[in-house]
Design a protein around this ligand. Structure first.
Ligand code: ATP
Length: 207
Protein backbone atom coordinates (compact mmCIF):
# COMPACT_ATOMS: atom_id res chain seq x y z
CA UNK A 1 0.00 0.00 0.00
CA UNK A 2 1.26 3.52 -0.83
CA UNK A 3 0.83 5.76 2.20
CA UNK A 4 1.36 9.51 2.42
CA UNK A 5 2.63 10.68 5.82
CA UNK A 6 1.60 14.27 6.45
CA UNK A 7 3.07 15.71 9.64
CA UNK A 8 2.43 19.13 11.10
CA UNK A 9 1.35 21.04 14.15
CA UNK A 10 -2.18 21.41 12.73
CA UNK A 11 -2.95 24.25 15.15
CA UNK A 12 -5.48 24.41 13.56
CA UNK A 13 -5.78 22.21 10.46
CA UNK A 14 -6.85 24.45 7.55
CA UNK A 15 -7.87 24.24 3.89
CA UNK A 16 -4.25 24.52 2.70
CA UNK A 17 -3.54 21.24 4.50
CA UNK A 18 -6.47 19.29 3.08
CA UNK A 19 -5.91 20.60 -0.47
CA UNK A 20 -2.24 19.56 -0.22
CA UNK A 21 -3.18 16.07 1.04
CA UNK A 22 -5.78 15.51 -1.67
CA UNK A 23 -3.51 16.72 -4.48
CA UNK A 24 -0.71 14.42 -3.27
CA UNK A 25 -3.16 11.50 -2.97
CA UNK A 26 -4.29 12.01 -6.55
CA UNK A 27 -0.99 12.90 -8.22
CA UNK A 28 1.13 10.25 -6.42
CA UNK A 29 -1.66 7.62 -6.58
CA UNK A 30 -1.56 7.12 -2.80
CA UNK A 31 -3.96 4.63 -1.21
CA UNK A 32 -4.13 6.61 2.03
CA UNK A 33 -2.88 9.83 3.60
CA UNK A 34 -2.17 9.76 7.34
CA UNK A 35 -2.31 13.07 9.19
CA UNK A 36 0.30 12.93 11.96
CA UNK A 37 -0.02 15.76 14.50
CA UNK A 38 3.28 16.58 16.22
CA UNK A 39 3.59 16.46 20.00
CA UNK A 40 6.37 18.98 20.37
CA UNK A 41 7.53 20.22 16.97
CA UNK A 42 11.31 20.59 17.40
CA UNK A 43 11.20 24.07 15.82
CA UNK A 44 8.30 25.25 18.02
CA UNK A 45 9.55 24.11 21.43
CA UNK A 46 9.20 27.58 22.94
CA UNK A 47 5.66 28.41 21.78
CA UNK A 48 2.45 27.23 23.42
CA UNK A 49 0.27 25.03 21.26
CA UNK A 50 -3.30 23.82 21.54
CA UNK A 51 -3.85 20.53 23.38
CA UNK A 52 -3.32 17.32 21.40
CA UNK A 53 -6.97 16.37 22.04
CA UNK A 54 -8.32 19.54 20.40
CA UNK A 55 -5.90 19.37 17.46
CA UNK A 56 -6.90 15.72 16.88
CA UNK A 57 -10.60 16.51 17.06
CA UNK A 58 -10.18 19.28 14.49
CA UNK A 59 -8.30 16.87 12.20
CA UNK A 60 -11.09 14.28 12.57
CA UNK A 61 -13.67 16.90 11.60
CA UNK A 62 -11.61 18.10 8.63
CA UNK A 63 -11.01 14.63 7.15
CA UNK A 64 -14.45 13.14 7.83
CA UNK A 65 -15.97 11.92 4.58
CA UNK A 66 -12.69 11.22 2.79
CA UNK A 67 -12.16 7.44 3.00
CA UNK A 68 -8.45 7.79 2.09
CA UNK A 69 -7.66 10.17 4.95
CA UNK A 70 -6.75 8.97 8.46
CA UNK A 71 -5.55 10.46 11.72
CA UNK A 72 -2.42 8.80 13.11
CA UNK A 73 -1.37 9.70 16.67
CA UNK A 74 2.03 7.97 16.63
CA UNK A 75 3.88 11.17 17.62
CA UNK A 76 1.43 12.03 20.42
CA UNK A 77 1.64 8.50 21.80
CA UNK A 78 5.36 8.63 22.46
CA UNK A 79 7.21 11.05 24.73
CA UNK A 80 9.64 13.72 23.64
CA UNK A 81 10.00 15.90 20.57
CA UNK A 82 8.53 14.72 17.28
CA UNK A 83 11.49 13.98 15.03
CA UNK A 84 10.35 12.88 11.59
CA UNK A 85 13.10 10.29 11.25
CA UNK A 86 11.92 8.56 14.47
CA UNK A 87 8.33 8.48 13.19
CA UNK A 88 9.36 7.01 9.84
CA UNK A 89 11.59 4.39 11.53
CA UNK A 90 8.68 3.40 13.78
CA UNK A 91 6.18 3.20 10.91
CA UNK A 92 8.66 1.32 8.76
CA UNK A 93 9.26 -1.34 11.42
CA UNK A 94 5.51 -1.70 12.12
CA UNK A 95 4.31 -1.69 8.50
CA UNK A 96 7.22 -2.96 6.49
CA UNK A 97 5.12 -3.65 3.41
CA UNK A 98 3.92 -0.04 3.11
CA UNK A 99 5.69 2.30 0.73
CA UNK A 100 5.98 5.62 2.57
CA UNK A 101 5.72 9.10 1.05
CA UNK A 102 6.51 12.09 3.24
CA UNK A 103 4.33 15.06 2.24
CA UNK A 104 5.83 18.46 2.96
CA UNK A 105 5.25 22.07 1.94
CA UNK A 106 7.99 24.03 0.20
CA UNK A 107 8.86 25.93 3.39
CA UNK A 108 9.58 22.65 5.16
CA UNK A 109 11.64 21.31 2.23
CA UNK A 110 13.92 24.33 2.65
CA UNK A 111 14.53 23.25 6.27
CA UNK A 112 15.06 19.54 5.50
CA UNK A 113 18.91 19.74 5.44
CA UNK A 114 18.75 20.87 9.08
CA UNK A 115 16.38 18.13 10.28
CA UNK A 116 17.70 15.14 12.21
CA UNK A 117 19.20 12.55 9.80
CA UNK A 118 17.93 13.88 6.45
CA UNK A 119 19.73 11.13 4.49
CA UNK A 120 17.95 8.44 6.54
CA UNK A 121 14.61 10.21 5.98
CA UNK A 122 15.18 9.91 2.24
CA UNK A 123 15.97 6.20 2.60
CA UNK A 124 12.75 5.55 4.50
CA UNK A 125 10.38 7.65 2.39
CA UNK A 126 10.00 9.39 -0.92
CA UNK A 127 9.65 13.08 -0.13
CA UNK A 128 6.74 14.76 -1.90
CA UNK A 129 7.39 18.50 -1.98
CA UNK A 130 4.47 20.81 -2.62
CA UNK A 131 4.50 24.51 -3.52
CA UNK A 132 3.22 26.84 -0.81
CA UNK A 133 1.23 29.78 -2.16
CA UNK A 134 2.73 30.89 -5.47
CA UNK A 135 6.31 30.58 -4.26
CA UNK A 136 8.33 28.02 -6.27
CA UNK A 137 10.03 25.04 -4.65
CA UNK A 138 13.36 26.00 -3.07
CA UNK A 139 16.64 25.25 -4.78
CA UNK A 140 17.94 21.78 -3.84
CA UNK A 141 21.66 22.65 -3.85
CA UNK A 142 21.94 22.90 -0.05
CA UNK A 143 20.16 19.56 0.25
CA UNK A 144 22.52 17.98 -2.32
CA UNK A 145 25.49 18.95 -0.13
CA UNK A 146 23.91 17.06 2.79
CA UNK A 147 22.34 14.01 1.12
CA UNK A 148 24.02 13.82 -2.31
CA UNK A 149 22.09 12.52 -5.32
CA UNK A 150 19.17 11.40 -3.10
CA UNK A 151 18.12 15.05 -3.21
CA UNK A 152 17.11 14.48 -6.83
CA UNK A 153 16.25 10.78 -6.85
CA UNK A 154 14.06 10.64 -3.74
CA UNK A 155 12.18 13.96 -3.97
CA UNK A 156 9.20 14.41 -6.27
CA UNK A 157 7.32 17.65 -6.80
CA UNK A 158 3.56 18.03 -6.66
CA UNK A 159 1.84 21.25 -7.67
CA UNK A 160 -1.33 22.42 -5.94
CA UNK A 161 -3.38 25.56 -6.53
CA UNK A 162 -1.53 28.13 -4.42
CA UNK A 163 -3.45 29.03 -1.28
CA UNK A 164 -1.70 31.42 1.03
CA UNK A 165 -3.33 30.16 4.23
CA UNK A 166 -1.36 29.52 7.43
CA UNK A 167 -2.39 28.41 10.91
CA UNK A 168 -0.65 31.49 12.32
CA UNK A 169 -2.88 33.71 10.20
CA UNK A 170 -6.01 31.75 11.24
CA UNK A 171 -5.14 32.16 14.94
CA UNK A 172 -4.53 35.88 14.41
CA UNK A 173 -7.88 36.32 12.67
CA UNK A 174 -9.78 34.56 15.46
CA UNK A 175 -8.01 36.65 18.08
CA UNK A 176 -8.92 39.81 16.16
CA UNK A 177 -12.56 38.70 15.84
CA UNK A 178 -12.27 38.31 12.07
CA UNK A 179 -13.85 35.69 9.81
CA UNK A 180 -12.10 32.37 9.08
CA UNK A 181 -14.97 31.06 6.99
CA UNK A 182 -13.73 29.08 3.93
CA UNK A 183 -10.14 29.23 5.26
CA UNK A 184 -10.84 26.16 7.40
CA UNK A 185 -13.43 23.39 6.81
CA UNK A 186 -16.83 24.45 8.15
CA UNK A 187 -16.83 21.85 10.98
CA UNK A 188 -13.41 23.08 12.13
CA UNK A 189 -14.67 26.66 12.11
CA UNK A 190 -17.62 25.62 14.30
CA UNK A 191 -15.33 23.69 16.66
CA UNK A 192 -12.99 26.68 17.09
CA UNK A 193 -16.00 28.85 17.79
CA UNK A 194 -17.67 26.41 20.21
CA UNK A 195 -14.48 25.67 22.15
CA UNK A 196 -13.42 29.32 22.25
CA UNK A 197 -9.99 28.48 20.80
CA UNK A 198 -7.45 31.18 19.86
CA UNK A 199 -9.46 34.04 21.36
CA UNK A 200 -6.64 35.29 23.52
CA UNK A 201 -2.91 35.47 22.94
CA UNK A 202 -2.45 32.76 25.60
CA UNK A 203 -5.10 30.46 24.18
CA UNK A 204 -3.87 27.08 23.11
CA UNK A 205 -2.55 26.10 26.49
CA UNK A 206 0.51 23.94 26.09
CA UNK A 207 0.40 20.28 26.92
P1 ATP B 1 1.96 27.76 11.44
O1 ATP B 1 1.45 28.98 10.73
O2 ATP B 1 1.47 27.60 12.85
O3 ATP B 1 3.47 27.60 11.31
P2 ATP B 1 1.22 26.06 9.17
O4 ATP B 1 0.04 26.69 8.53
O5 ATP B 1 2.56 26.23 8.49
O6 ATP B 1 1.33 26.48 10.71
P3 ATP B 1 1.80 23.33 9.86
O7 ATP B 1 0.92 22.43 10.64
O8 ATP B 1 3.03 23.84 10.54
O9 ATP B 1 0.89 24.55 9.34
O10 ATP B 1 2.17 22.70 8.46
C1 ATP B 1 2.22 21.33 8.20
C2 ATP B 1 2.68 21.14 6.76
O11 ATP B 1 1.72 21.73 5.87
C3 ATP B 1 4.04 21.77 6.41
O12 ATP B 1 4.74 20.86 5.56
C4 ATP B 1 3.65 23.02 5.65
O13 ATP B 1 4.64 23.37 4.71
C5 ATP B 1 2.37 22.59 4.94
N1 ATP B 1 1.46 23.70 4.65
C6 ATP B 1 0.79 24.44 5.57
N2 ATP B 1 0.01 25.37 4.97
C7 ATP B 1 0.20 25.21 3.63
C8 ATP B 1 -0.32 25.87 2.45
N3 ATP B 1 -1.17 26.90 2.56
N4 ATP B 1 0.09 25.43 1.23
C9 ATP B 1 0.97 24.40 1.14
N5 ATP B 1 1.51 23.73 2.18
C10 ATP B 1 1.13 24.12 3.42
Amino acid sequence: MKVGIFGGTFDPIHCGHVILAEQCREQCKLDEVWFVPAALPPHKLTTSITSPKSRCEMIEFAIAGNPAFRLNTIELDRTGPSFTVTTLEQLHSQKVSHELFLLIGADSLKDLPHWREPARILELATVVAVNRGDRPLPDRSELRVVVGSAADQRIVAVTMPGVDISATDIRGRVQAGRSIRYLVPRAVEMYIHDQGLFRSRDSGVSQ
